[in-house]
Design a protein around this ligand. Sequence first.
Ligand SMILES: C[S@@+](CC[C@H](N)C(=O)[O-])C[C@H]1O[C@@H](n2cnc3c(N)ncnc32)[C@H](O)[C@@H]1O
Length: 376
Amino acid sequence: MSGIYIHIPYCKSICNYCDFYKTASLSSVEKTVLNIAKEIELRKDYLDNSVVDTIYFGGGTPSILTMNNLKMLLSTINSSFTISKSPEITLEANPDDLTYEYLHEIRSVGVNRLSIGIQSFSDSDLKMMKRRHTAIEAEASVLLAKSSGFSNISIDLIYGMEFSTNEQFNQNIDKAISLDVQHISAYHLTIEEKTTFYLYQKQGKIREIDENRSNEQLLILRNKLKQNGFEHYEISNFAKPNFISQHNSNYWKQVPYLGIGPSAHSYNGESRQWNIASVMKYNKALDNNMLYYDKEVLSETDKFNDYIITSLRTALGINIGYVETNFSPYLAQYFILSIGKFLKNNDLELDEQNLKVSTKSIFLTDYICSELIYVQ
Ligand SMILES: C[S@@+](CC[C@H](N)C(=O)[O-])C[C@H]1O[C@@H](n2cnc3c(N)ncnc32)[C@H](O)[C@@H]1O
């Protein structure tokens, strides 16, 4: 079991909140796509012949790819790896790229899950975020995807924005529910360095949202979506039954994955590596049949911390048996000692062998993680 992630580092314009690696200078797209195919071939042994169950095109904006680009990349993946009989193939798309024709084409080459970057159904939010689409276009893109035959649609929303009203926040969730999509990723806004929002914050144009309002929004989001048949299976992810993102869930289950393209990360259980976050340097290396990456061999503590951070954010939680069998008695004991105060406070709940964050403390998830990881 394994996954392949392809990073398409191009966007037609840059959103005010985004610090993912991307560029708006599109002249090198074709060259990079060819080098991505080359990288796929060069790294065909990375997954040790394991069967690939999921393929994920992320970005940036993968919907910038032409049908021929996609076809070529998928066929290179198919000839370089063993792919399962019915892999989950996701493409992240921006609403303004989605036409009926494009949707039909990408479905015909095997894309069976669409992740649409809606962010908000409010025009003033979208303008503030510097999105390229309007609220009407956002809604229309989901309807178009449905009518083109997509039956596994996810939408991305951003909440926790101080400049957005409670009414807009509620309308966003209601609209998402009414569109009857199978999956919703709702991310709390983080104001990242080197983004326009960071600059705005420094200039006093925007602020972080008040903590109480932020907590309240997460609870409203969770309750409304649960009442409407969504499972809250990870802190930022909600799915209708059988529509959990297999690709992302595998990240949280420590399943190996190969990341291709500028800035993409790979993991094989023993080490992590990440490609250079520069289209120019990436292409220069691949033009010479070389790979340009950094690598970190994971210590036992790294593996323990990764397990804690990823599992605690999921509905499944931390499996105590897993901690006891996979880590040294020292780390296992450290873990048992650190959970005590959270169990006593009912921030954590034990469900048989699984330790989960209680609903009342869901917004403390990051803090609890920071207390449970082992820092020397
Ligand atoms: C890799 S990005 C997808 C890019 C895609 N082209 C788009 O923006 O529509 C995945 C998602 O992360 C979320 N995201 C990115 N930056 C964020 C930030 N600073 N705070 C909260 N959510 C963020 C957005 O919802 C975005 O759709």
